[in-house]
Design a protein around this ligand. Structure first.
Ligand code: PXL
Length: 276
């Protein structure tokens, strides 16, 4: 299937995250990929100091208004890292104006990890992102983001009852499907839960020994690419999780490569999984 995907996130010029990951992965999945850059940064904000930040918030309304005039429509609108609280409001306007029938919105609330908000974000930003997730057809938070969105207490270790309570609170935010990432009940495992219509589905796999910046973007991009290729949500989660784990395995023998994963080197395997 050949679908038109719009992805809205920043350009981190160096750092293998956001648009520099989403565009090549979605293209590799065989999908037409349109972009709306939310900001331009010299690097991502996790581990580099002194990065530049050009906010593109004020460009957003005129960009989608032009698309509207040209009658341009999208099959998927997938959002990631957004540059400001105001910008999240503009993306809500874009959803309202551009979400035509059959268009699926996927929101990755890329704002936090390991119990902490990313540099530059505050409670007001998290509240606005929660609202955007509530309006999405599919939200793709990790556990930290899910805790910020629901007020659920963040824990490093947890049991299934903890995750069930978190899923219940995420589900109550809106009408969409919840795809919760980074869920593992033992140190050796991680996985992804899909929660929809009161039903829970869990894909688990071996946890890689290292974690990296940008892997949430790798996962979400491959997930949207697989969905657009016609895979079921369950199969798309499985492909995206396996691809992300492979990207980590292809990176972790190189200590100099600390800032992101070598996702390009695993694109042949991603295409193989999509064709299987
Ligand atoms: O990978 C998420 C992400 C995207 N964009 C920027 C980031 C981060 C994570 O820190 O800093 C600019």
């Amino acid at each position: 299937m050949y679908k038109r995907v719009l992805t809205i996130q920043d350009i981190s010029c160096v750092g293998q995250c956001s648009l520099t990951v989403a565009l090549p992965i979605l293209s590799a999945c065989g999908q037409e990929t349109c972009i709306l850059p939310s900001a331009v940064l010299s690097t991502h904000t996790g581990g580099f100091s002194g990065f530049t930040f050009r906010d593109l918030t004020l460009d957003i309304p005129s960009i989608w208004q032009h698309w509207k005039k040209e009658n341009i429509q999208f099959d998927y609108i997938y959002t990631g890292y957004l540059g400001s609280t105001l910008q999240i409001g503009y993306v809500q306007d874009l959803f309202a104006a551009m979400k035509s029938e059959g268009c699926m919105t996927v929101v990755d609330p890329a704002m936090a990890d390991n119990g902490k908000l990313y540099t530059g974000f505050d409670a007001a930003y998290a509240a606005a992102m929660t609202q955007l997730c509530a309006e999405a057809d599919v939200m793709v938070p990790n556990i930290t983001e899910a805790c910020f969105m629901t007020g659920h207490p963040y824990q490093e270790t947890y049991d299934e009852a903890y995750i069930d309570a978190l899923l219940g609170k995420l589900d109550a935010l809106g009408n969409g499907t919840v795809v919760l990432t980074g869920v593992g009940y033992s140190p050796e495992q991680t996985g992804v839960v899909i929660y929809r219509d009161g039903k829970k589905w869990y894909y688990t796999h071996a946890k890689e020994p290292k974690s990296y910046h940008g892997t949430g973007d790798v996962f979400a991009s491959a997930f949207v690419g697989a969905l657009a290729s016609g895979k079921t949500m369950e199969k798309a989660v499985e492909i995206a999780a396996e691809y992300t784990a492979l990207c980590i395995r292809k990176t972790c023998d190189d200590p100099a490569h600390w800032y992101g994963v070598k996702f390009e080197t695993a694109i042949p395997e991603l295409i193989g999984m999509l064709q299987a």
